[in-house]
Design a protein around this ligand. Structure first.
Ligand code: 3UK
Length: 528
């Protein structure tokens, strides 16, 4: 039988050439042990340290445990897991077994989970004990979901425990015979209208992002220790802390809790990462505390990365002055898996997203699809080996986004005469808040569910750091008048109904909203 874990390929950009028989998890898990580095630390989480050999054994056990439940190749396994060794083991074990893991954002509501579990027809769900109630509250209504497995030693709600299943499973697993073009995993992405869409990623996508961006731009190497404040369930975090370090045999530090300046700096101090990845809001929050500097964090930092939303130039400069290391801003997307347009360690221009990552091509299109001259705004399209081929079960949105080899980002950009690209806003109404999508429509609907609200419109407004946060314009029902108490009540109302990061930070009470003749809210007028 072919040994699908034995793969030799050229690791220099642009693209990685893979053999026809190829399993991404077998590649990432088994290469280092085979090269005699099985004893090297792969992962450090809140509970301990795990070598490459230990990680491989845990992933094999997790894959075997899922197969023992009766799961068949290509079936989906939803993951609602906090960052830690179980995420790594289940994600990689599932892929090695030919199953398709679907990591879910851990910050969402029961309604969001019911939708994604139903849409993906996940056969199994592996969920952290602390998330069980929120994620698995409605599983009776999901005919395809046959198994709920609980990670952690807390309440298991009558479901089997992951640790019991893996203890009973063998530590050896033969990799499923997949190809680079097989579905490897999915990631859900939200849009301005409609439900989140499952972007399907292929086995070949993982090593390609690692070679092109991880090695090509960051120059990640075996002696790096990486720490991503962005969680593994985001494409950004997944590349940062799972794909890239495992690709080169480096060490990933994982933290289960919420990233705040305090928790992030504490992890930096304890594990002294060489590469740190965050979102602009977090860099801003750390800089807001004058007491936080290099001495309070990692003395080994050599690169910081920012993505998810544009990094204001001022934050980059202040960070470099205080921490003695640049922040590399780059734009990536769930659809492209990771960053395709980026600054470089030796070429940082604060305020710009940099130049295309070698291995990717980008172009700016005018409304008629034609080229846009330098200095003018156009729609950003990208082509490269890591694009999802389509969205699950969604022909219309797939056709709009994935057009031949070109993927539409929905972003507006300007290119200067030297080939550097600067972000110029979205072509839809979507907001990036702390690097995470927020649909204004969803926040408006939540506000409108409140008894006193007649109508609402939500737009992005820049805060003191020049970062976008949601702001609501609210028209109250006849006879009511707004005050601070009602504004606070409305904020709490939204916080209780949606993922907390989505609530409007400001509320303005208005007599009416600007509308077109056909009654459509003119958000652009409110933005001005
Ligand atoms: C926006 C940026 C300006 C932009 C992501 C790194 O953010 C990621 O994926 P998502 O699917 O969102 C994609 C959209 O977010 N964006 C991201 N980075 C920047 N805008 N400057 C930036 N540096 O609208 C883009 O279309 O959540 C980021 C790696 C992997 C990712 N998936």
């Amino acid at each position: 039988m072919t040994d699908f874990s034995t793969v030799n390929f050229d690791t220099s950009p642009p693209a990685v050439t893979l053999p026809r028989g190829y399993n991404a998890a077998a590649d990432l898990l088994d290469r280092h042990s085979r090269d005699g580095n099985g004893g090297k630390t792969a992962v450090i989480d809140d509970a301990g340290r795990y070598s490459y050999a230990e990680l491989a054994a845990r992933a094999n056990r997790a894959g075997n445990a899922l197969l023992a439940l009766g799961l068949m190749p290509e079936q989906r396994v939803a993951l609602a897991l906090l960052d830690g060794i179980d995420f790594m083991a289940v994600f990689l074990g599932a892929i090695k077994a030919g199953l398709v893991p679907v990591p879910l954002n851990t910050l969402l509501t029961p309604d969001d989970y019911a939708y994604m579990l139903g849409d993906s027809r996940a056969r199994a769900l592996v969920v952290s004990d602390v998330l069980l109630d929120r994620v698995a509250g409605r599983v009776e209504d999901l005919p395809h979901l046959a198994h709920v497995v609980v990670s952690g030693a807390g309440d298991r709600g009558g479901h089997p425990r992951l640790s019991d299943l893996t203890a009973a499973a063998p530590a050896e697993l033969t990799a499923a015979m997949t190809t680079p073009d097989d579905a490897g995993f999915w990631l859900y992405s939200s849009g301005s209208t409609g439900r989140p869409k499952g972007a399907i990623h292929l086995h070949g996508d993982l090593v390609n992002t690692a070679a092109l961006y991880g090695v090509g731009v960051l120059g990640i190497r075996p002696d790096d220790v990486v720490f991503s404040a962005a969680k593994l369930f985001f494409a950004y975090g997944l590349g940062n802390a799972l794909i890239f370090p495992l690709y080169v045999g480096a060490t990933a530090v994982l933290m289960a809790g919420r990233p705040t300046p305090e928790t992030v700096m504490a992890v930096m101090k304890a594990h002294r990462p060489t590469i740190f990845y965050g979102v602009p809001t977090l860099y801003g929050a750390i800089l807001a505390d004058d007491g936080l500097d290099r001495a309070a964090g990692s003395d080994r930092l050599r690169i910081c990365v920012s993505a998810g939303e544009a990094l204001p130039a001022e934050l980059g400069r202040r960070w470099r002055d205080r921490f003695g290391v640049d922040i590399l801003d780059g734009i990536g997307s769930t659809e492209m898996l990771h960053i395709f347009l980026s600054n470089r360690p030796d070429d940082v221009r604060y305020g710009a997203s940099g130049r295309p990552v070698p291995g990717y091509e980008v172009r700016l299109a005018a409304d008629d699809g034609g080229a846009v001259p330098d200095g003018e705004v156009g729609d950003l399209l990208v082509s490269g080996p890591t694009s999802a081929p389509y969205y699950w079960n969604n022909r219309e949105k797939s056709l709009a986004t994935f057009q031949g080899r070109w993927t539409h980002t929905g972003d507006k950009y300007v290119r200067d005469g030297e080939g550097y690209y600067t972000y110029a806003g979205r072509s839809d109404d979507m907001l990036k808040v702390g690097g995470i999508w927020v649909s204004p429509f969803e926040v408006e609907s939540a506000l409108m569910a409140h008894d006193s609200v007649q109508e609402a419109a939500v737009v992005g407004r820049a805060d003191a750091d020049d970062l976008i946060k949601p702001k609501a314009y609210v028209v109250l029902r006849e006879g009511l008048s707004g005050d601070d108490a009602l504004a606070d009540a409305l904020k709490r109302f939204v916080k209780d109904r949606l993922a907390p990061y989505k609530y409007p930070r400001w509320i303005d009470f208005a007599e009416e909203l600007p509308k077109t003749a056909t009654g459509k809210i003119q958000r652009f007028k409110l933005r001005d």
